[in-house]
Design a protein around this ligand. Structure first.
Ligand SMILES: [Zn+2]
Ligand SMILES: [Zn+2]
Length: 347
């Protein structure tokens, strides 16, 4: 088979390379990839700005069909539709034993498409059975390919953001994560979700409205975004703010948008220190949370939300292309002209 491989450490160094078809070991499931999404992390790996162990086939957001299983695998049979997280946690370290598998500290752990394990930008991949989840009936394999980023946002919003029915929630940044956060906040009963972004995000605002946003604010062209949020909340401010843009200036604005004793969740990674006045956290008695990756339960919740049609992720899929066109896909991601790009032909 051919896979999109990061061949060595450095900038670029991506190519479609011929490799042997993988064979499942005792506890592994062999999966034929149905759809695989390009993630910001893949772009970071392309530019040598992330952790990875080359040579490695990229791709950690995927869905597929089981076509073979190792001799110890009992929960899956050929034909099963499946998804999985990227990281095969060890189950033995302190973090795993205390329920924080997303922060597993095992040094040589397998991370699909990143380190010690080839990923899903290829026709086949092998995954240890204990991290694999069945895709429920009624959820398409294209939708299921968005389960990985969705589960990250489920962990951030459902596990870590106190949202009550009727609450006003501000989501900053209408990228993939922000749009997913919008859907999840709505599914938790938020009365109003306000999505903020910059002028270049205007086309994303249309998608935000389609998937449930009640109001969008262009924080570049509006002179008083905080005034707009206050007008929507009887002058009190948002009950919760989810920062999904990764912009430093958005952090300051989050503390302005949120009400007294409200909550701010940081979902976007800045990659640099933010120059920010922390006093509002004290004087407004705010709580803040950050999250990283997914827990096994995030996947269960994600697949239940999808199968119960509490969320519809299909409007987030803006492009479907073949793996042969990978350069075009990366270019669309880098120029921010796409939300989710799926490779749907992986020959
Ligand atoms: Zn990702
Ligand atoms: Zn561990």
């Amino acid at each position: 088979m051919r896979g999109l491989m990061k061949t060595a450490r450095g900038v670029g160094l991506l190519e479609l390379r011929e490799v042997d078809d993988p064979k499942p070991k005792r506890n592994e499931v062999l999966i034929e990839v149905a759809a695989a999404g390009i993630c910001g992390t893949d772009i970071h790996i392309k530019y040598d700005q992330a952790f990875y162990t080359p040579p490695v086939i990229l791709g950690h957001e995927y869905s597929g069909k089981v076509i073979g299983v190792g001799e110890d695998v009992t929960s899956f049979t050929p034909g099963d539709r499946v998804v999985s997280p990227a990281t095969a946690y060890c189950g033995k370290c302190h973090q795993c034993k205390t329920g924080h598998m997303n922060r597993c500290t095992a040094k040589d752990k397998r991370i699909l498409g990143t380190s010690n394990a080839n990923g899903a930008f290829a026709k086949y991949l092998v995954v240890p059975d204990y991290i694999v989840h069945h895709v429920p009936k009624g959820v398409s394999l294209e939708e299921a390919a968005l389960a990985e980023p969705f589960a990250c946002v489920v962990h951030s919003v459902i596990d870590k953001t106190p949202i009550c029915p009727g609450d006003v929630v501000v989501v900053q940044g209408p990228g993939t994560m922000g749009l997913m956060a919008t859907q999840i906040a709505k599914s938790m009963g938020a009365g109003k979700v306000i999505v903020t972004g910059v002028t270049a995000d205007n086309w994303r605002f249309d998608i935000a409205k389609k998937i449930g946003a009640d109001l969008t604010i262009d924080v570049q062209s509006e002179s008083d975004p905080v005034g707009i949020v206050n007008a929507e909340t009887d002058g009190r401010g948002a009950d919760a703010v989810i920062e999904a843009s990764g912009a430093c200036v958005a952090c300051t604005q989050a503390l302005d948008f949120v009400k007294v004793a409200g909550h701010v969740t940081l979902l976007g990674v800045r990659g640099q220190p933010a120059n920010i006045d922390l006093d509002p956290i004290i004087v407004k008695e705010l709580t803040m949370s950050g999250t990283w990756g997914t827990l096994p339960s995030s996947w269960v919740t994600t697949l239940r939300l999808m199968s119960s049609h509490k969320v519809d992720v299909s409007p987030l899929i803006t492009h479907r292309i073949s793996l042969r066109e990978w350069e075009k896909g990366f270019e669309l991601m880098e120029s921010q002209k796409a939300i989710k790009i799926l490779f749907v032909e992986l020959e």
